[in-house]
Every structure is written in structure tokens, then in C-alpha cells.
Design a protein around this ligand. Structure first.
Ligand code: SF4
Length: 511
């Protein structure tokens, strides 16, 4: 189980690699979409080679287990829990399980409801375990529709397969870059509200290149793929040709009074693997979704990997502390390379800063929406040596910024933060705050946790550790951290523009 978890977290399966390779070929390299996909491809290869997490959000571990009659499921569930705790200790999983009332992190990914383990009996004599690691950013973009309903840009969705098609397209459009597009959707038609979501997630255990055995559903899957990739949401919501890499639909019976369409959105960091086990010894008999134990085929050539971030020569260098003048000279679309000190802050830090002064001087500073994976010891193959206190950051991509929308403008104003880095963009309140206080929002590439960990020279310190490692405020010294200005100090927002433009394109999918 430890092997399964570690490999799932660090090495994408071949079908996802193929889909992402196709996306890479589709986008022009010098565009925002092309640059984002190159970073993603580098990140995938870096994660596999150093056995580090592909994304810092290692997600909710969900196990689907099939066992022969007579297997002791209580004992087996305990083994899975032990493996989750061990993989967390080894830095393959970020401590992600928090008490929903107190916010306290259990530190080992164990707690009520974590991990999720579903058992089913079958007639075979071996055991099958499938695992998916699905992060919070994409989980938050899941959607459930009760038909008939009215949808933005698409009009009425009836209780028909065409209504289902419209709902799925609407969910992809609503997700924009927040779920780290290009993503894949698992969909359930019918069921009740709970079984619908569960069955939708189960569709994500299908490979991206399979064909639905039900021709009616296969046709809808194809139609959604075609239409979604015309929306030009693009990688990370930057605009582009690739918005969706997979659509998998299942159906459950429903009550006559209900007609739910449940959509489970997964990001490009689509971490899904499985094994079959010898039921007596627990040894791995075979890997699922991949050819044996052979190393994965890299996304890039060694030369492309060594070349790093694809520069055009137009990049703008920023070093903290940053002045008002520098900020106001930036505009949407500029690619910047940030160096110097940045501070991480996500949900707990933002809530804290609304009531308390910051533990460090944030004037002219850079606030990074990130919950990194940090280890106390050097992880074999980790990119950088330990920093202050023996800490090493092993994964450090951006988290979804919109969660901080209620706080961000106030924090910019009160503490003089100049640069906010995250992913998926923020809303009208923050946009106004950036204009008023002189700040910019930079969109980093979501999920590129290995790539960004390599931009960190050292951990210079940490504050607010009482919130747990993902939520603490880490003081990071970085060099040439690349990101794109997607909201500037002049009231411009690439996110707003892409959402509006893709909304117009969505209207073409009405019929
Ligand atoms: S790639 Fe993006 S959505 Fe997926 S787990 Fe990572 S941060 Fe979350």
C-alpha cells in the first residue's frame, strides 16, 4: 500500500501523460497556454525522477478495494491507514486531514472520513486496490445539477441526454482555471445526491482513452470533448485550445421525481493507479493502468527538461520589496520572474491577519497562496538542501486563490502587500483592492509543485506553525519564480476577460 500511494502521488499514469502530451503539441509554445503546459510537462518529469509529489495538494486518498469472500476488511482497512500515515511521514502525502470544527491538522492524514476506503466483494481470489488522489482545488469545482434547470449561456437543460451535455459543459466553463485546467470530468446521470457524486468520482477510475460501452453515453462524451475544447478556457484558464482531457459518464437509476447530473472535476494532475495483490501474502502481483514496473516514458527530452522555463526575453524581473511604481508599470499578460523573499499564506493565515498583525513586515512584500509539502529531513532526490530549522520544501505549487476573496483586499490595504501569487484568479473585490492599494495578482501554474520547489533557494523561517505545515506562514527565498500578471493595478483581469469570452463561445453549444 505504501508503494501504491507513493507511486500514485509522484508518477502520472500513461493515459494521462498521453493526453497531456497531446495538449502540449496542440498549444503554441510561445503562448501563455504553451508556457504553462511546458512547466506542467517539466513538473511531471521532475516529480517522477525525484519521486516527489506531483502537486503539493496530494488530495483526499480514495481507495476502491475488491476482495475475495472471507477477507478480513477490518484488518485490511487498518493496513491502508497505516500505509497512509507512513506515506505522509515520507513526504509522499501532505498532511491534509483537518478537524472540520477546530481546523486542527491530524498530521498523518488520518481522521474521521480520511482516508476514504470502499470495499466490494468479488469472485476472484486476488485483491484489487485502486487509488485516486484528488486535490481540493478541483474538488471545489465539482458541480451537481437538478434537472430541468436554466444555465448561463446555455438556456434550459431538460431531462434529456442533451440536458446532461449542457450541464457538463456548464461545469467545465464554470471551473475556468480554478481546478487547474486542462482537467477531466467524471459524470453520473441519476442516482440521488450522494450516490450521484460517488458514481461520478468512480468514473475517474476509467482510463482517458477507453470507449464507453453504452453508445448513447459514448456519443455524449465525444460531444462534450469537442465542444469543451472550443471554449478556449485553456490551460490554467489562460486561454487556449485545451480545456478538457477526458469526459467519462455513467448512469444510475433515479427516483421519478429527481434527475441529478453530478460532475466530479479532476485536474491535469490526475493521480490514479492501482494494483492487484496476492490475497495470502499481500505482495503486488501486477500494476493497473501501467505496464509493469518499468519507468514512465518522459514527457520531454533531457534537453527540453534542462532548458527550464521557456523564456522569450520579455520577462520582467521583480525583487521584493517592490515599489508602487514598479507595480503600476505591470499589466495583464506580463510574464514576471520573482526573486527575493516571499511568504506563504492560505486560509488560516488570511483569517488570522484579519484579527492580528502579521508576524513579519509585509510592506512591499509577496504573499504566496501555497500550502507546501515540507520535510524535516533531506528527502532522497529532493531539489534543494535544507533551510532554516532543517526544513526542506519538497513541493510548492499555488493553491486556489478565490477562497481568500473575502480577505485579500483588506490585507493588501492594511499591510502593504504588493504581489499576491496564486492560481485561478480572484474576484471583483480583490481587483478593486489591487487598484486602490497598488498591487498585482500573479497566476502561477497550478499543480507545478516540483517545478516551483526548484525555484526555492532556502527556507528562511516559518511563523504560525500552530496552524500545521500546509497552513503555516513559510518564509521562502526564491530566484526567478515565473508567473503571469493576470490582474493588474489598473482594473484589468485576464480571468474576467476569459470567462466572458468563453461564455460567448459556450452559447454556440446551446444546440
Ligand atoms: S493540480 Fe491544482 S487542482 Fe489539482 S491537486 Fe494540484 S492544486 Fe489542486
Amino acid at each position: 500500500m505504501v508503494q501504491l500511494i507513493a507511486r500514485t502521488s509522484t508518477d502520472l499514469p500513461p493515459d494521462v501523460r498521453t493526453a497531456m502530451g497531446l495538449a502540449l503539441k496542440t498549444e503554441e509554445p510561445a503562448t501563455r497556454a504553451g508556457q504553462a503546459l511546458t512547466i506542467i510537462a517539466q513538473n511531471i518529469d521532475q516529480a517522477a525522477s525525484c519521486e516527489g509529489p506531483i502537486c503539493q495538494d496530494t488530495g483526499m486518498p480514495t481507495f476502491e478495494v475488491k476482495v475475495p469472500v472471507g477477507v478480513n476488511q477490518i484488518w485490511m482497512k487498518q493496513q491502508i491507514k497505516n500505509a497512509v500515515a507512513e506515506a505522509t511521514k515520507r513526504g509522499k502525502l501532505r498532511p491534509n486531514s483537518v478537524d472540520s470544527i477546530t481546523g486542527e491538522n491530524s498530521g498523518n492524514n488520518l481522521g474521521p472520513g480520511t482516508p476514504i476506503v470502499h470495499f466490494e466483494q468479488w469472485e476472484r481470489d486476488d485483491i484489487e486496490v485502486k487509488l485516486i488522489l484528488k486535490g481540493g482545488g478541483c474538488e471545489n469545482t465539482n458541480a451537481q445539477y437538478s434537472l430541468p434547470t436554466e444555465l448561463d449561456h446555455l438556456g434550459r437543460a431538460d431531462r434529456t441526454l442533451d440536458g446532461v451535455r449542457k450541464c457538463i459543459l456548464h461545469a467545465v466553463w464554470k471551473a475556468q482555471g480554478k481546478g487547474c485546467a486542462p482537467g477531466a470530468v467524471g459524470v453520473c446521470i441519476g442516482g440521488d445526491r450522494t450516490s450521484g457524486y460517488l458514481h461520478a468520482k468512480e468514473q475517474l477510475f476509467r482510463t482517458l482513452d477507453d470507449t464507453n460501452p453504452d453508445p448513447r453515453l459514448a456519443a455524449i462524451e465525444d460531444a462534450v470533448m469537442d465542444a469543451a475544447n472550443l471554449l478556449t478556457v485553456g490551460p490554467m484558464g489562460f486561454g487556449g485550445q485545451t480545456s478538457l482531457i477526458g469526459c467519462k459518464i455513467g448512469a444510475l437509476n433515479r427516483l421519478p421525481a429527481s434527475f441529478f447530473v453530478s460532475v466530479a472535476y479532476d485536474c491535469w494532475a490526475f493521480r490514479r493507479l492501482g494494483v492487484t495483490l496476492d490475497a495470502s501474502s499481500g505482495a503486488i502481483r501486477a500494476w493497473l493502468y501501467r505496464e509493469g514496473d518499468a519507468p514512465s516514458v518522459p514527457m520531454l527530452t533531457p534537453e527540453q527538461l534542462a532548458a527550464g522555463f521557456p523564456r522569450t526575453g520579455r520577462e520582467i524581473h521583480l525583487r521584493a520589496p517592490i515599489t508602487d511604481e514598479q507595480i503600476r508599470s505591470l499589466k495583464v499578460g506580463d510574464v514576471v520572474l520573482v526573486s527575493g523573499r516571499m511568504y506563504t499564506g492560505r486560509d488560516a493565515v488570511h483569517a488570522h491577519l484579519m484579527k492580528h498583525d502579521p508576524p513579519v513586515d509585509l510592506r512591499g512584500g509577496v504573499l504566496y497562496h501555497c500550502g507546501p509539502v515540507v520535510a524535516k529531513q533531506n528527502t532522497p532526490g529532493a531539489p534543494k538542501p535544507s533551510g532554516e530549522g532543517g526544513w526542506t520544501v519538497t513541493a510548492a505549487g499555488p493553491t486556489t486563490s478565490i477562497r481568500e476573496e473575502p480577505y485579500q483586499a483588506e490585507i493588501l490595504k492594511r499591510y502593504g502587500v504588493r504581489v499576491v501569487i496564486g492560481k485561478g484568479g480572484m474576484g471583483a473585490k480583490t481587483l478593486a483592492g489591487l487598484k486602490e492599494s497598488g498591487g498585482v495578482y500573479l497566476n502561477a501554474v497550478g499543480g507545478a509543485a516540483q517545478f516551483y520547489a526548484r525555484c526555492i533557494d532556502r527556507v528562511a523561517g516559518v511563523s504560525l506553525m500552530e496552524f500545521g505545515t500546509p497552513e503555516a506562514m513559510w518564509h521562502l527565498d526564491v530566484t526567478d519564480f515565473p508567473a503571469i500578471v493576470t490582474m493588474d493595478a489598473h482594473g484589468n483581469s485576464l480571468h474576467r476577460d476569459i470567462e466572458e469570452a468563453s461564455g460567448v463561445k459556450l452559447e454556440a453549444a446551446r444546440v
